[in-house]
Design a protein around this ligand. Structure first.
Ligand code: SF4
Length: 466
């Protein structure tokens, strides 16, 4: 039950919603590369197509043509080993009610054992938290409740992170947890005067790619319901606090640079992170380079603020997934070499400032530093645009247990030794918050240990896994 995914929901009568959903999922491919799926509704029937693999592998033109109707939801998924199997692909379908329903979930519930226990459902490794929600919803629907009532009943006792889209006969619902951990936004196809359809998606570029206009973010605890008549909204769940807790790592790493979150373009916030990081200390160097892609905007900002020229030192193979989301350690280490190659003539004899977005286990960073030194770098000064990653995430991001988090078990000097850099510095939490220009509206628990919502394990020395 470890996911951080992308979700899409579209209602657009007369449009080819399967192709629109395909394009939107393609724009969200960075949020999950292990499986993709879609569910459409037509002729009183829900059809689900899903499989392991990238969006382009799962859907052929013939498949998309067969997915007709005006209603669709879609999902891209990542996971860790043990759950990277077909049964964990989404949307999850249940046949309860007149035509059944399907759900697609970005997030991670933290009280699954309690929810399953209450309902008398046996927890197995094959049962994801999304399966569990579907099962609980199905029971309410079979008892004669509407799906909206079932959602209110089930989600009001669910804890953790969920940005969820749900398809039923003639409607798509989109709901966000009371903290707003994961992003979710609403867009409109067509003009204000004559809308041609509505789209919900994890990130705004998924709206752009289908030609939808960004309308607004879904509020924490809000549920919007889209039908062919338009959009309605209810505050399904009481917001958890006066300030939402959007994941700060959406700004640092997860979201696309062209995504807008809480009114801020992510790329701009990343550049500001680099500017503020440069102001923290001075080091003499010849080039500032970013580790592609996540470190590049912050490197631009660093170069601008420090006056040291920006340059390129690494070429990235764009056809390899993020190392952070590779399913196991061996594959992760090997994928660093497949993913990056140094630009020797830019590096040889140069004192480098290398900006990256985060250090998690440290193995990727260590391999990168070695690669740069082997290519002739005279000095490697690492600058990280997030503070030390000290605590596991329980809200939809797959992170190692505390035992495997480099910063949880080492001082900065020890981390510097481990990764092999000449100097190592992290942005301060104050500067990260200043770069994002939000005041308390983000979760930063993996940096501070201050979890805004209950966690599924006692936070002892190990931090546990969820
Ligand atoms: S714990 Fe960290 S990664 Fe998880 S939601 Fe909070 S800020 Fe994001």
């Amino acid at each position: 039950m470890k996911e951080a995914c992308g979700v899409v929901g579209i209602v657009a009568p007369g449009r080819d919603v399967a192709h629109l959903c395909y394009d939107a999922l393609y724009a969200l491919q960075h949020r999950g590369q292990e499986s993709a799926g879609m569910a459409t509704f037509q002729n009183q029937q829900i059809t689900v197509v899903k499989d392991n693999g990238l969006v382009s592998h799962v859907f052929a033109e013939t498949t998309l043509r067969a997915l007709a109707g005006a209603f669709v939801i879609g999902h891209t998924r990542y996971s860790t080993s043990g759950s990277a199997n077909w049964t964990a692909a989404q949307p999850v379908y249940r046949s309860a009610g007149s035509s059944g329903f399907a759900i697609a979930h970005n997030g991670n519930l933290t009280n699954t054992a309690e929810l399953a226990d209450k309902a008398g459902i046996q927890v197995t490794s094959m049962l994801s938290d999304s399966d569990l929600v579907a099962e609980l919803l199905a029971r309410y629907v079979e008892d004669g409740h509407s799906l909206s009532e079932a959602l209110e009943n089930v989600l009001s006792i669910a804890e953790g992170a969920f940005s969820m889209v749900i398809l039923e006969a003639d409607a798509v619902h989109a709901v966000r947890d009371p903290f707003g951990f994961r992003p979710l936004c609403l867009g409109r196809l067509g003009s204000v005067e004559s809308p041609e359809g509505w789209v919900v998606a994890s990130e705004s570029p998924a709206l752009d790619v289908v030609g939808a206009h960004f309308v607004r973010e879904i509020a924490p605890g809000e549920m919007v319901t889209i039908t062919t008549e338009g959009v309605t909204s209810v505050q399904l769940l009481e917001p958890a606090s006066d300030k939402q807790k959007l994941c700060i790592f959406e700004f640092v790493y997860f979201a696309r640079p062209d995504t807008y979150l809480m009114g801020h373009q992510v790329h701009t916030t990343r550049r500001r992170m680099g500017e503020l990081l440069a102001g923290q200390s001075h080091v003499a160097a010849d080039i500032v380079m970013g580790v592609p892609d996540g470190g590049v905007p912050a490197a631009e900002g660093y170069a601008k603020a420090s006056g040291i020229p920006f340059g390129y030192g690494l070429v990235k193979n764009r056809y390899i997934g993020r190392t952070f989301i590779a399913p196991d350690q061996n594959k992760r280490a090997a994928s660093v070499r497949r993913k990056f190659n140094p630009l020797r003539e830019n590096i040889e004899g140069q004192r480098l400032i290398v900006v990256d977005d985060s250090i998690v286990r440290g193995t990727t960073t260590r391999a990168l530093v070695k690669m740069l030194r082997d290519a002739g770098a005279a000095e490697v000064h690492l600058r990280i645009s997030s503070p030390p990653f000290m605590w596991p995430c329980y809200f939809g991001i797959d992170t190692p247990s505390r035992d495997d988090l480099l910063a949880a078990n080492n001082s900065i000097a020890e981390m510097n030794d481990f990764v092999g850099s000449d100097t190592l510095e992290f942005i301060t939490l104050e500067n990260l918050r200043a770069a994002i220009q939000l005041d308390g509206e983000c979760c930063d628990a993996c940096l501070t240990g201050k979890y805004p919502a209950p966690t599924p394990v006692a936070l002892g020395a190990s931090g546990g896994r969820w």
